[in-house]
Design a binder for this molecule. Structure first.
Ligand code: HEC
Length: 215
């Protein structure tokens, strides 16, 4: 999954046609791409250390959970600013005020937008009130504590086969980090106007090639 990088030209003459079209639009003072700028996500390496007392109580799973959360990149989405390459240093895992739209920005001016939530143990704004079962279920199946089904932009299909020990370690770690009170914007339905920033995710293949081996 990556941020939208622009249309893929079919071949040289098509790219010339695209360039000519862009010139015409530019001459007319408008390009659909004016509304967008490329950004790249930043890996968040500085995920919080567990609160000391708790990590003494559970040295094994908490340390392994920290390792897994770092490796699975949870903070890359669940940290404010990380999605545009500017992670907020004190808010690792406390949710993102920058949302994600899974859509083509040139075709969909008002896409649905989801905001990766606060997964620190803050009771009001985070997952502090969730049961272990609810956390495990959302990681494995995308169904949250309220029975809502999350889009696979939260990469639960990739985490679906995670071993029991590993998902328990992730939950132990998420419970052992300091709670951070931080509220993320509500998700936006398709067709509604978003009031907070968002990035587009999407993978676009060149229409010039049809198969995986380039035929
Ligand atoms: C590619 C971005 C991305 C990554 C990586 C990611 N998530 Fe999420 N996650 C999301 C989004 C977006 C949502 C909200 C989806 C929705 O509202 O439909 C979410 C939702 C959740 C929720 C439900 C609570 C909430 O915030 O709505 C939990 C818990 C969660 N993720 C934990 C994790 C954990 C643990 C990892 C790493 C193992 C992880 N996520 C990795 C994007 C991501």
């Amino acid at each position: 999954v990556r941020a939208y990088a622009g249309p893929m030209p079919r071949n040289r003459s098509a790219s010339l046609a695209v360039a000519a079209g862009a010139l015409l639009l530019a001459a007319a003072g408008f390009s659909p791409l004016d509304e967008f700028e490329p950004v790249s996500t930043a890996p968040v390496l500085e995920i919080p250390d567990p609160v000391p007392e708790l990590s003494r109580a559970q040295p094994g799973p908490v340390a392994r959970g920290r390792y897994l959360v770092g490796m699975l990149g949870c903070a890359n989405c669940h940290t404010d600013g990380a999605l545009i390459g500017e992670p907020h240093p004190q808010r690792a895992l406390a949710g993102s005020r920058i949302g994600i739209a899974v859509s083509n920005p040139l075709e969909d001016p008002r896409p649905g937008v989801v905001y990766p939530g606060n997964i620190t143990p803050d009771v009001r704004t985070g997952t502090g009130a969730w049961s272990d079962e609810a956390l495990i279920r959302v990681i494995r199946t995308g169904i949250d504590a309220y029975g809502r089904r999350h889009l696979p932009v939260m990469p639960w299909p990739i985490y679906a086969n995670i071993a029991d020990d590993d998902v328990l370690a992730i939950v132990a770690y998420l419970r052992a980090i300091p709670p951070i009170e931080f509220e993320v914007p509500a998700n936006v339905r398709r067709g509604e106007e978003a009031t907070a920033p968002f990035v587009h995710f999407g993978v676009y293949r060149s229409r010039h090639f049809s198969g995986p081996d380039g035929r």
